[in-house]
Design a protein. Structure first.
Length: 405
């Protein structure tokens, strides 16, 4: 991959001088060893940040909890973050509440639910077979996700529940950093996991399991990682926050421009200082090429995406609302929050609009969007409290007993 600073807009140097100059020029940027950290790595290393007066120092983190702690302590200025993680921090669900901000979406799609090789050998290769196995007497199966309020916990819960498996009662849940999933699967400590790439593909490549579902099967073009900062940071350094958003938007657009760019990106991020994983496990799914370990191969219609003409990057309020409905559904919130008010606090829509508009990137007219998930339920953000109560499987203490499993 070559330096692409020359391909940036010729007028972006206007942001470096005068009243729009970044208040802080050197930033420590946290990321995890995941394929979908690509836009941050590309922005930091391929010349997309310098035209905006920024130097981005990449800091790989060992776990989402460590990333959270360093972001809140100020050791990290900004970070790749799980959508639900930002909301969980803001709501005080994983420690003292800290006001947070989302600058932009980083990616959509690309996560996987994998089961172990022993389950495969036992014939548990469909959702129906898994549900039957769970109903059998004996020890509960153990499933891992990456952070209690994170996206993977919510995808796993939603997928299990859609197949009649109560994620809090019928199986045992544990938290494992994404890069350790295959090791835990191989050691027999877990029976399955939900995590981002390349770890699902690596489990298949090493014969340690198979991919039973992808997150885009649950919700096509779902929100996933975001560019997260504390509210204190964005209010103290608004120009820096805008410049950072612009640099990452430029990198995101570059990655999605062509398969050639995706291949060069895969080569870059597979290195030991970044994702540290075989290119053979990382590149295919980045290109949308899937093999599930059960003999099926396909070109996914909803692959991991970083830009899609800005649709990926728009911080839709409805996306944030959805995660709060799932927190409510699974008992992480005892009461209904001010759904819309909290989302409006966290999402820096005006800053995003400024950054995108300056780059000629279309901004959707509405901060709400709709989708139909795998169970047929339509989500459009119009009635989050009602939506949270609409599921047959849940952990709502005040819900009618007849709805509980």
């Amino acid at each position: 991959m070559t330096d692409n600073s020359s391909s940036t807009r010729t007028d972006n140097l206007a942001w470096v001088a005068g009243s729009d100059a970044p208040e802080k020029s050197a930033l420590d940027l946290g990321f995890m060893a995941l394929t979908d950290s690509a836009s941050l790595i590309v922005a930091a290393t391929q010349g997309f940040a310098q035209p905006y007066g920024l130097t981005l120092n990449l800091q790989r983190q060992a776990s989402w909890a460590t990333l959270r702690d360093k972001l809140l302590s100020g050791e990290l200025d900004a970070a790749q973050a799980l959508y639900g993680q930002v909301y969980g921090i803001h709501l005080g669900l994983s420690g003292p509440a800290t006001d947070m901000a989302i600058l932009m979406g980083l990616c959509q799609n690309g996560q996987a639910i994998n089961l172990s090789e022993p389950l495969k050998q036992a014939g548990v290769t469909t959702a129906e077979a898994l549900a039957a196995r769970v109903r059998q007497s004996g020890a509960k199966l153990t499933f891992a996700q990456t952070f209690p309020t994170g996206t993977h916990a919510m995808w796993l819960n939603y997928w299990l529940a859609s197949h009649g498996i109560h994620p809090l009662e019928d199986v045992h849940g544990v938290v494992v950093p994404p890069s350790q999933m295959v090791t835990h699967l191989k050691a027999g400590r877990i029976d399955g996991f939900c995590a981002g790439g390349p770890w699902g593909a690596l489990a298949v490549e090493e014969g340690q399991g198979f991919t039973l579902a992808t997150s885009q099967m649950i919700w096509a073009d779902h929100p996933e990682k975001v560019l997260g900062v504390t509210r204190e940071f964005v209010e103290r350094y608004p120009n820096t926050a805008r410049a950072l958003t612009m640099a990452v938007l430029e990198a995101s657009r570059f990655i999605d421009e062509s398969d050639e760019n995706k291949r060069s990106t895969a080569q870059l991020i597979s290195g030991s200082e970044y994702v540290d994983a075989p290119l053979s496990a990382l590149q295919p799914r980045l290109l949308g090429q899937y093999q599930d370990g059960l003999g099926h191969a396909w070109l996914d219609k909803h692959p991991l995406r970083f830009f899609a003409d800005g649709k990926v990057n728009m911080p839709y309020l409805s996306d944030g609302l959805w995660f709060m409905t799932q927190f409510r559904r699974w008992g992480l919130l005892r009461d209904d929050p001010d759904y819309l008010g909290i989302a409006q606090q966290i999402h820096r829509l005006e800053l995003y609009r400024e950054a995108a508009s300056a780059l000629g990137i279309a901004v959707p007219a509405s901060p709400m969007r709709s989708a139909t998930l795998l169970d047929g339920k339509v989500w459009d953000g119009s009635d989050p409290a009602g939506y949270a109560r609409s599921f047959a499987l849940h952990a709502l203490a005040d819900a009618p007993q007849s709805l509980a499993l």
